[in-house]
Every structure is written in C-alpha cells, then in structure tokens.
Design a protein around this ligand. Structure first.
Ligand SMILES: C[S@@+](CC[C@H](N)C(=O)[O-])C[C@H]1O[C@@H](n2cnc3c(N)ncnc32)[C@H](O)[C@@H]1O
Length: 320
C-alpha cells in the first residue's frame, strides 16, 4: 500500500468555440435546442448535486442503496485490480461505495465540468491513498482516448445516474458500443438505468417543489450570458418538464413567457410567448428494453438488481 495519494489530471475538454457554435446552431433550428452537456459549468454541477438531495428525486438515493447493498456481489463479478472508468463522474460519490470492495488498480473519472472534476477527483485520491486516480476532462460523446491505460488491462465501465437516458435510443446504442470498444474483449459495464413508472412519480422528480431543477435548467441561459455575451432575460423563461409517455422520456424545456428578441454575440433570435428551447431528454427503459439495447451494442447481460418499488435498475454486463 502506498503512503501518498496519486492523482493525475488530463485535459481534453471541448473548446469554448464548440459551445458557441452548438448554441448558435441549436437556437437557429425551427425546434430550438441546447445540448444538455452545456448544463454543466461549475454552477450547473453544484445545482445537479442539489437536485440529487431533493425528496422528489428518487434516482440518486435508490441507486446509492443498490450499490451499497450489492457492492460485494459486484466485486465478485469484477474481480480485483481492474481499472474503473467512469464517464460523467460528477461528484465521484457513488464510486466510493465500490472502492473498498473492488480494490481496483486505478480509477479514471471522465467529465466535461473541469473544475468540478478536479475537486472531486482530488477528494477521492485523498480519501483512498492506495488508489491511482487519473481524471480526464473531456466530452465523452467525442472519441474517447485513454492512452495511459496499459494494454490488456481489465476495465469496468461504471456509468451510474441513468445518464444513458440523455441519449435517444439509437445514440445510446452507439455510445454503449463505444464503451464496449474502449473496455475491449474482457470489458465489463456496471450501469444505472431509470425504469418506466407512473407519470406522476416521474413528473414530480423533474419538478421539485424547491425549484432546484428549474434553477438548473435556467442556468444554461445564464451560462450563455456569462460566456457567450448573451442577453437572455432569465426571468422571461420558465422551466417546463413532463413525461412524454409515447416516446418514453422526460422532456425538459425552457418556455418563453412573452414575445422577445434574444441576442447572442451579434446573432438575434425571436421568441413568441410559449416558444420552447428543448434542453434535455431523459429516456426511461424497462429491463428488457435496456438489455435489448445493450445486446445490440455488444454486451451480454450478467446480472440486474432493482429496488423493491421497481424505481431503478442496476445492470452488470460483459462485452460479448
Ligand atoms: C446527471 S449527472 C450524473 C453524475 C453522476 N454520474 C451521478 O450518477 O450522480 C451527469 C454528469 O455527466 C457529465 N456530463 C454530461 N455530459 C457530458 C459529456 N458530453 N461529456 C462528459 N461529461 C458529461 C456532467 O458534467 C455531470 O457530471
């Protein structure tokens, strides 16, 4: 066991120009949208942590309970000394529940929110001084390159939080295929997937009474104002989230409350009252639907755990 924490940081973050171009392109479409990855500046990452503590937001506490309950079984499937690679690692809280049981050779958190990632990875390195931590600030939807991982290393992708739900199903399949490619032939995947359930429970989870999800959604407009010389009046847009049962997804929108013109660095965008900017989808799956998708992406389901209310699922899969 080493005495000191080992922590490295690799910077492969998207350029500011990518944010600018994607915002201008998204706002120029007839159905306006802003990709959800842009929620996560430092303020957005903190707001997401606060969402996780809201009583209506069942996914975090349910998945956390499953990880605690099944950590030793997960460790038995993963084996010791693997590399844990976590796309969209956020606060790196959930992986802590696995580290003692799995005793991995290294932990590789990947996130687009650089400052937040640095803080979270440093805390893990401090609290688990025997662990190699290699944090990578990157856009996980771009090509993933992790050259510091030795060849023939056994890897377990850890993708909690039902973040897979932010992709529409064909793109979710593509993303899972990329994860399979990165882990290689002997690769494993532990992934949290939110389940289909009553609309009332889902609608409440994305419309917490304290308004934290609303603040998280609106923060993307504040970020555009801060970083892209935008002039959004954030009091003239409201958060709107609902379960679309036909498409099997939560949709989050920002709705213009009045007729207005918004400028972003010289570009003008006209809004009428009721016009929407679509900011996020969160697809929900049955266990069979998700396993079907994972099979198409090259994974074999090994084990699935759910809570007693069937709110959330935790899947363990292996590359075929
Ligand atoms: C819904 S949060 C989940 C955080 C954590 N995994 C959990 O389960 O609580 C999504 C995380 O993924 C990160 N993220 C979102 N899109 C990303 C992208 N394209 N590339 C890298 N990280 C991304 C965000 O910064 C955030 O930390």
């Amino acid at each position: 066991m080493r005495a000191a924490a080992d922590y490295t940081f690799h910077h492969a973050a998207p350029e500011a120009g990518d944010f600018y171009q994607e915002v201008i392109d998204g706002l120029s479409q007839p159905a306006r949208f802003i990709p959800p990855k842009y929620f996560y500046d430092h303020a957005g990452s903190r707001l997401f942590e606060s969402i996780c503590e809201q009583p209506e937001y069942y996914p975090t506490r349910t998945e956390t309970a499953l990880l605690k309950q099944y950590a030793s079984e997960i460790a038995g499937l993963a084996g010791e000394d693997c590399y844990i690679i976590e796309p969209g690692s956020g606060s790196c809280e959930k992986v802590r529940l696995l580290l003692d049981a799995l005793h991995p050779a290294a932990y590789v958190p990947l996130d687009i929110s650089c400052d937040h990632l640095k803080m979270a990875a440093a805390c893990v390195a401090d609290d688990f001084p025997w662990l190699d931590v290699h944090a990578v600030c990157t856009d996980i939807t771009a090509e993933l390159s992790l050259p510091f991982i030795p060849e023939k290393t056994r890897s377990m992708m850890f993708y909690p939080g039902s973040s897979i739900g932010n992709f529409d199903p064909p793109h979710a399949m593509d993303f899972l295929s990329c994860l399979a490619k990165v882990t290689g032939q002997d690769g494993h995947l532990l992934i949290g997937v939110d389940l289909k359930k009553d609309k009332e429970v889902l609608d409440a989870a994305y419309n917490d009474a304290s308004g934290v999800t609303a603040a998280f959604n609106l923060n993307v407009l504040q970020r555009i104002n801060r970083e892209l010389a935008g002039d959004f009046d954030t009091e003239a847009f409201v958060h709107h989230a609902f379960y679309n049962g036909v498409r099997g997804r939560i949709e989050m929108h920002l709705i213009s409350e009045r007729k207005q013109t918004v400028r972003v660095d010289g570009h003008s965008f006209e809004f009428n009252a009721g016009d929407s900017i679509h900011t996020e989808n969160s697809y929900k799956y049955t266990i069979d639907e998700f396993q079907g998708l994972a099979r198409q992406a090259g994974f074999t389901p090994c084990r699935v755990w759910t809570d007693s209310d069937d709110l959330f699922s935790l899947h363990y899969l292996r590359v075929v």
